[in-house]
Design a protein around this ligand. Structure first.
Ligand code: FES
Length: 79
């Protein structure tokens, strides 16, 4: 069992419309998306699954403390 990894800055992606699974354990090999690492590492954490309705540049939270998961809201820079 591995500990979750929390980053200190978002990952910027050119996102497309559709159903997405964003990694919440930080252990994925294809961040910011889930690759099943939460299961392999038995973290007890699940990805954030949502429907993206608007394509474009997005900042995906990596500290996992945003008040607007999966998007960065600046919480990572407030200590
Ligand atoms: S990375 Fe910015 S609020 Fe989490």
């Amino acid at each position: 069992m591995a500990d979750p990894k929390h980053g200190n800055a978002p990952i910027i992606v050119e996102e497309t419309v559709g159903k997405k699974a964003y990694c919440m354990c930080g252990l994925s090999g294809k961040l910011p998306y889930c690759d099943g690492a939460h299961n392999r590492e038995n973290t007890g954490i699940v990805p954030h699954v949502c429907e993206v309705t608007e394509a474009g540049k997005k900042a995906v939270c990596q500290c996992h403390k945003s008040g607007n998961i999966p998007w960065c809201d600046g919480t990572h820079s407030r200590g």
